[in-house]
Design a protein around this ligand. Structure first.
Ligand SMILES: [Ca+2]
Ligand SMILES: [Ca+2]
Length: 417
């Protein structure tokens, strides 16, 4: 448990850091695939980008930050050639914008890769690129039930302290890893310089980074069709939630408190707050500030009691695929309802306290958590959706994983339906 908390502390410390997506993309909104050559800043690289470049050259359009497909500082015919190569998959290099907002390059095609971070490994499975993976980090190794095959691969150690010797030994074309920061193996590029190994830094955990990164990785790994299919599949759920929530009058939207371990909560700008709001809840702590990146403020029980939320969603660091013990979530539930004064809160009096493992709304499968939140908040409007079916569909069709949800894993308390 302690090690998990520690893991999570490191995990949150990289969220949002230097993210190029966080400010301008919200759940369910169109995003920009951050590849140089995506001149019109939409979700694909196609003929329209060539038209766009021609218009820039002709002086009728302004240059955009992704227009310089070959990254040589000028917009000309060579960029059109590079875009044509990207479309046909024959480029030898891809230039892209990484999580640190730097323009980087990666060789193409990629045959062997190392994958760091569980959410990144999920994207690899969605794309159907598992056969390219030659090494993983210890986080994936520890999740042997969720990653039965990938967890058998050689480990490059902890993601905050990569074993460079091991990476060199595995000799991949590229390492997919999180943002450059103190905990993000900051010297990796330096140590792999001249070794023919590219470092690709992308955000894959928060809802608004996961899918744009998935699309970018699809270009790198030649899986664009598969990525488009996934986006279409996920949008179906996002649109359903959006449409139904839109029909709930403002005054009937429930006031929600997100109880984060350590007497903290999540405010505007955090993935959890965004998820609750997307599911139609009103996060009572939305405008509080404090904690990491000012989005994880500490709150005292007195304040929560005074606010009297109608629903409490408690985050748990435990639970998920690797345990079958519902008590890990029940313990957290008991802890939340026993807080000083909480027995007088409407959410507690009306049995509307729900515990969710943090993984439910993270990574490329974040729509599962959104469906769960929507169902917890508005069981009448979302009664026809079954979280287990959504989850099962995700694992079977997109994770290439058979996982018996009726007998294994814990994903919500008191109920995950
Ligand atoms: Ca485009
Ligand atoms: Ca150029």
């Amino acid at each position: 448990m302690k090690s998990l908390i520690w893991l999570f502390c490191c995990f949150v410390s990289i969220i949002g850091m230097g993210s190029v997506f966080a400010d301008d993309v919200q759940i369910g909104e169109p995003f920009t695939v951050q590849i140089m050559g995506n001149a019109n800043l939409d979700q694909v690289v196609d003929q329209q980008d060539i038209v766009f470049i021609q218009e820039i050259i002709g002086g009728t359009k302004e240059k955009t930050k992704l227009a310089d497909a070959n990254n040589d500082g000028i917009i000309d015919q060579a960029d059109i050639e590079q875009i044509n190569k990207i479309i046909s998959g024959t480029e030898d290099t891809i230039f892209y914008v990484n999580l640190n907002d730097d323009v980087e390059s990666v060789k193409h095609p990629l045959n062997n890769i190392i994958v760091v971070y569980d959410n990144t490994a999920e994207i690899i499975r969605i794309l159907g690129a598992q056969d390219k993976v030659v090494g993983v980090d210890s986080m994936i190794l520890e999740k042997s039930k969720y990653f039965p095959e990938l967890s058998q691969l050689p480990s490059i150690g902890e993601r905050k302290d990569c074993n460079v010797e091991k990476i060199l030994e595995l000799d991949p074309d590229a390492v997919f890893i999180h943002a450059k920061s103190e905990s993000g193996c900051p010297d990796l590029e330096e140590k792999l310089k001249d070794k023919g190994i590219d470092v690709v830094r992308l955000g894959t955990w928060e809802s608004h980074t996961a899918v744009p990164s998935l699309m970018l990785m699809a270009y790198m790994l030649d899986k664009v069709d598969r990525a488009n299919q996934y986006v279409t599949y996920q949008e179906k759920y996002l649109n359903t939630i959006k449409e139904r929530v839109a029909q709930i009058p403002e005054e009937k939207r429930l006031r929600v408190f997100i109880d984060r371990p350590g007497d903290t909560t999540t405010s505007k700008g955090s993935g959890y707050s965004e998820s609750v709001e997307f599911a139609g809840g009103k996060n009572i702590a939305k405008n509080l500030a404090g904690g990491f990146q000012s989005v994880l403020p500490a709150v005292d029980s007195e304040w929560v009691v005074k606010e009297n939320p109608e629903v409490i969603i408690g985050l748990s660091w435990d639970g998920g695929h690797e345990t079958d013990d519902i008590d890990v979530l029940k313990k957290r539930y008991d802890e939340v309802v026993a807080k000083p004064g909480f027995s007088s809160i409407d959410a507690v009096k009306n049995n509307r306290v729900y515990i969710t493992p943090y993984i439910n709304v993270l990574g490329p499968g974040y729509h599962i958590g959104l469906v769960q939140f929507a169902k917890w908040l508005y069981p009448e409007q979302f009664g026809d959706l079954d979280v287990k079916i959504v989850q099962d569909e995700y694992m079977t069709n997109w994770q290439n994983l058979y996982f018996d949800l009726n007998n294994h894993g814990v994903f919500g308390y008191p109920v995950s339906t």
